[in-house]
Structures are given as structure tokens and as C-alpha cells.
Design a protein. Sequence first.
Length: 225
Amino acid sequence: MKKTYLTTLALGLILVTRSFAQYAQDPLPYAFNALEPHIDAKTMEIHYSMHHAAYVKNLNNALKEAGRENQLDLKAILADVSNGSMAVRNNAGGHYNHSLFWKILTPDRGTQPSAELSAAIEKSFGSLDAMKSRMNQAASGIFGSGWAWLIVTPGKELAITSTPNQDNPLMDIAPVKGTPLLGIDVWEHAYYLKYQNKRGDYLQAIWNVINWKAVSDLYAEASRH
């Protein structure tokens, strides 16, 4: 009898927990000033603590309003985003994009792509420098706010693409679909305090803090599936 009561209680607690499940930010994996001088501490603090936090809060609110508050598979939401509201689209994209962004940045200097990723980059673009140049061109060509992406396509090839606002290549509305490995945020809040209107300077600087180990791990995972 006691065991049955405890089992029932445990199941009840699980159901209550699930009924109040919400998206949340992962902790930033380094200090706000860790990426200086390339990305300044104040930009990082505002970007993470205010902009990303707002996307998470607004996503939870938008899902609740739509009666989807327990839908916690973010990739599934993105894959079917055309059937949701613009609030879900913008904030689900904002949460996913920023969560990836923090992971592919690092204060560690000199990280390098894995042998497998290096070979794929050379096959698709000729060299790592050529890939960086193509990424910077894609990012520079975005009118207004958006993201430039290095992705693995459904055909397991590398490609570079861009999306407006907080869209990304996982969305069913994306013109070029694939699994993101590396995303460069070109919303002004990502760079304006330090670089003002010099987006090109920001795009050159960000390569100094790319976490190629994380990007390589994402490539290995995307290549397997």
C-alpha cells in the first residue's frame, strides 16, 4: 500500500512538472568579458541577459497562448513553423539561434576544424579561408537583421546560406534547408556597441573566437544522421 502511494505520488509530481515545463536559457559557458577584445563584455551581457532572455520568455508566452506550452521539442517546432504564429516563429528561432551561437564561440585561442570537417570544407569551398570569405559575403549581404550559416544539407554536403530576422535553415520556410554548424549573428545588437556601423570589422573579428571543436562535433553528429 505504501509503495503504491509513493508510486502514485511520484507520477503525480512528474505530471505537474511537465504541465509547467518551459524553455530556459543554458548558462553562458564563459564570462561576459572572455571574448574581448573581439566581442566586448557589455555587448555579451546585453545580448545574453536581455535579448536572448527575451526570446525565451516570449517563446514560452507564445506557446502558452497557442495551447502548446508542453511542446518542448524545439527542432520539431522549427520544422513546422509555417503552421504557427509569427510570435512562435520569431522567438523559437531566436532561442535556437542564440543557443547555438554561444556554443560556437570560445575564449580559447587557436582551435582548429577536425580532419573530417577540414576535408569537407576543402571539398566544398577550396580552403578554410575561402569558406570564411564566403560566410562574410553572405553576412554582409543581409539587408537589415539576420544570420549567415554554414550548414550540412540533407545530401550531406556543406553549404553557406543566410536567413532574415531569427529564421534559420531548420525551418520549413527556409529557402535552403540543412543542419546548422555555425551561425553568425548580424543583428546590430550583436556588434554595434563596439563596431558601430562597421559590420565588416565585426565579421573579421569574430573568426578569432570561433570554437572549431564545437563546430566539428556538430559536423560529426550531422554527418551520422
